[in-house]
Design a protein around this ligand. Structure first.
Ligand SMILES: Nc1nc2c(ncn2[C@@H]2O[C@H](COP(=O)(O)OP(=O)(O)OP(=O)(O)O)[C@@H](O)[C@H]2O)c(=O)[nH]1
Ligand SMILES: [Mg+2]
Length: 325
C-alpha cells in the first residue's frame, strides 16, 4: 500500500500563509488594479492546488483492504483524518469565496490596496483556524510510514506473549532485522521479513487479558492475526524467563486458536534452557530446531494460502481465489 507511505508533507498554517503571499508578491507589471487582481488570482490558484494535492493524496479509507484500514485506524484514526480533511475542504471553499468577492470589488472600483489587505487578513485567519488539522495531517503522514506494504504470498504471523523470542526467530529465518532485547514490548510495530517462500510477520507481544483492555500496540498483533495470517506460529517460553507464566501463555494460545480458527503451530523457544519436547522446540542461541520449524510452518502457510482468500494486496477488489485458482 504505497499510497500510505507516500502522503505529502503538510505545511503548518504559518508556512502555508507564507507560501501563498510570497507567491502573490512576485506578481509584477500592469497598473495597480490589474496587478491586484493578478495577485488575488495567484493566491486563489496556489491555494486551490495545495488543498487539492493534500486532500487527494489520501485514499478512500473505507475501501482499503481490511489490514490497511484497521492499521490506519489504530495508528492514526480514520474519523480524525476525515474530519481534518473536511476542515481543509472548508478552508479551501472559504478562501475561494473571499478571493472572488475581492476581485469583484476591485473590478467595481474599490481601492485595490485596501481590498487586498483585507482579503489577505481574512485568508490568514481562515488558515490559522485549521492549523491544528494541518499539523495533525502531517503527524498522520509520519505515523503511517510504520504501516508496511505486504505482498500477496503465503503469510506467517509470529505471535506470543512479550519477550518469548519472536523477533529472535524472525531475525534468524528471514530478511527482517527486528530489535531483540531482554525486556517485554521491544517490538512495538509490525515488522515484515521474507524467506524465498513466505512472508513472515513479527508482531508485538500480546498479554493474556480481555480484548477491550488491550493496548494499541497489542492490537497491531491481533489485527495481523485476523487479517493476514495464513498460518500462525505461536511461540511459548516454558522457562518463564520472559516474565510471563506458562499458564498465562497457554491461555493466550487457546484464545488465539479459538478466536481466529487458523492453522497454528505452537512451539517452544529457548530450548537451550530447558528440556520440554512435547512440542517442537528451537533455540535462537544455538540454532537447534530452527530449520525444522521454518520448514513446517512454511508447509502449513502454503497449504492454507492456496485454500483461502485473504486479500492483502493493494487492490481492494481482486480476491486471491481469482489470482491463485
Ligand atoms: N537463552 C535464550 N535466550 C533467548 C532465545 N531467544 C531469545 N532469547 C532472549 O530472549 C529475550 C527476548 O527476545 P526477543 O526475540 O526480543 O523476544 P520477543 O518475543 O520478540 O519480545 P517482544 O518484542 O518484547 O515481545 C532476549 O533477551 C533474547 O536474547 C533462546 O533461544 N535462548
Ligand atoms: Mg520482538
Amino acid at each position: 500500500m504505497e499510497t500510505l507511505r507516500k502522503l505529502p508533507t503538510v505545511l503548518t498554517a504559518e508556512e502555508l500563509i507564507d507560501k501563498l503571499f510570497r507567491r502573490a508578491s512576485r506578481t509584477t507589471g500592469g497598473n495597480l488594479k490589474d496587478r491586484t487582481i493578478n495577485k488575488l488570482s495567484t493566491i486563489s490558484n496556489v491555494s486551490k492546488d495545495y488543498f487539492k494535492k493534500v486532500i487527494e493524496s489520501h485514499p478512500s479509507y473505507e475501501s482499503l483492504p481490511s489490514f490497511y484500514r484497521e492499521m490506519v485506524d489504530l495508528v492514526v484514526g480514520i474519523e480524525d483524518i476525515k474530519k481534518a480533511l473536511s476542515s481543509l475542504h472548508w478552508a479551501d471553499g472559504m478562501i475561494q469565496k473571499i478571493i472572488n468577492r475581492a476581485i469583484a470589488d476591485v473590478r467595481k472600483g474599490k481601492n485595490p490596496l485596501e481590498v487586498y489587505r483585507s482579503a489577505c487578513g481574512r485568508i490568514s485567519s481562515i488558515i490559522e483556524d485549521i492549523d491544528e488539522e494541518l499539523r495533525f495531517l502531517n503527524e498522520a503522514k509520519q505515523k503511517m510510514r510504520e504501516i508496511p506494504s505486504l505482498r500477496e504470498m503465503p503469510t506467517v504471523v509470529v505471535a506470543g506473549s512479550p519477550n518469548v523470542g519472536k523477533s529472535s526467530f524472525v531475525a534468524l529465518v528471514s530478511t527482517a532485522k527486528p530489535e531483540i532485547a531482554e525486556y517485554p514490548f521491544t517490538t512495538q510495530k509490525i515488522i515484515v521479513g521474507y524467506t524465498p517462500e513466505i512472508q513472515i510477520i513479527d508482531t508485538p507481544g500480546i498479554l493474556d487479558r480481555p480484548l477491550e483492555k488491550r493496548s494499541a500496540i497489542e492490537k497491531k498483533a491481533i489485527l495481523c492475526l485476523r487479517n493476514v495470517a495464513d498460518a500462525i506460529l505461536f511461540i511459548i517460553d516454558p522457562t518463564e524467563t520472559c516474565g510471563y507464566t506458562l499458564k498465562s501463555q497457554l491461555s493466550l494460545l487457546e484464545e488465539i486458536k479459538r478466536t481466529f480458527g487458523k492453522p497454528t503451530l505452537e512451539v517452544y523457544s529457548k530450548s537451550d534452557l530447558h528440556s520440554f519436547r512435547d512440542r517442537m522446540a528451537f533455540s535462537a542461541k544455538n540454532g537447534e530446531g530452527v530449520e525444522e520449524i521454518l520448514k513446517e510452518i512454511t508447509k502449513i502457510a502454503k497449504k492454507n494460502y492456496s485454500q483461502t482468500s485473504t486479500v492483502i494486496a493493494d487492490s481492494g477488489q481482486t480476491s486471491t481465489q481469482e489470482q491463485h485458482s
